[in-house]
Design a protein around this ligand. Sequence first.
Ligand code: SAM
Ligand code: DTB
Ligand code: SF4
Length: 335
Amino acid sequence: MNPAAIAEHDQSSDLKIGARVGKAQSDKWTVSEVEALFDLPFNDLLHRAQQVHRQHHDPNAVQLSTLLSIKTGGCPEDCGYCPQSARHHAGIANQDLLSLEEVVSAARAAKEQGASRFCMGAAWRGPKQNDLDKVAEMITAVRALGLETCATLGMLKRGQAEQLKQAGLDYYNHNLDTAPEFYGDIITTRDYQDRLDTLEKVRDAGIHVCCGGIVGMGESRRLRAGLVAQLANLDPYPESVPINNLVQVEGTPLHGTEALDPLEFVRTIAVARISMPKAMVRLSAGRQEMAEAVQALCFLAGANSIFYGEKLLTTGNPETEKDRALLAKLGMHPL
Ligand code: SAM
Ligand code: DTB
Ligand code: SF4
């Protein structure tokens, strides 16, 4: 094709996704519009995602968040992907809430390694008041180290989000996980509306929202589009969007699910980037099993955040040295 034909071709693929690129936040995405993005030729999709990415972000910067499981296992919920559910048999050693000193020392180590955000995760349906008081202290102490703070503690009741905000919480992670139609196949102990309610409480308390989902759970492309549409239609959409590739853990119901094609994972990142231009899109769980070239494609597709540190909550993540080498190889720098 000559250059004019290439430009025309590029415009026609823009037309396929209509006026949706650059649309106002108040316009809703339909699932079909999001699915049409997924259906674009791979190169057109990545080109579009990279264009959107460059309008809003430094294309060579990546934000580093370190996770710590502050309370592990024995969770009453039945999330089919999760090794921490008491209903599954994943062989996770249960651990009560860590002490303030343990959390602060892990946060200090994360900072020394170069993380800018520290995310504390607890295997609860939701926090009890006594536990929340302790977590609030942890948040205040972690923030005093000069780290951004994030917590993921399950469902919140009225007043709890405000308490977290007062303690200095910058972000609350609570994922929609999947499309509404597929949700009941994965979790039965709480519903989609419970999740939306918690997200609203977080937003109303003035805490930044970190909300994403998991792919590779046996869902169709249409359902992946349904998840992204839900996220993009939150008003406003989340500041931070973790896209997790299912980490298959033996003993969980989803162990043995057919793995997602890595290029479909890259497409999911690209579609999230296009539909939520200003969000930090995090290439989240599943990186340990992902080839470096696929991770590089994810960055090209608009991912600009990763979990950094040898462990996620209970499963593995690439070694920090390996990640630093990868970023150096790609000429990328931490934010
Ligand atoms: N218990 C709280 C909750 O569910 O909101 C907080 C911790 S929970 C482990 C946080 C998120 O981790 C889940 O919403 C899910 O998206 C993700 N997650 C858990 N297990 C996973 C797995 N095996 N693979 C990928 N992501 C997973
Ligand atoms: C998110 O979206 N992914 C993180 C974080 N938020 C809390 C958790 C991933 C957990 C992967 C399985 C595990 O290590 O237990
Ligand atoms: Fe519990 Fe959270 Fe795991 Fe669900 S994802 S079982 S709520 S720890």
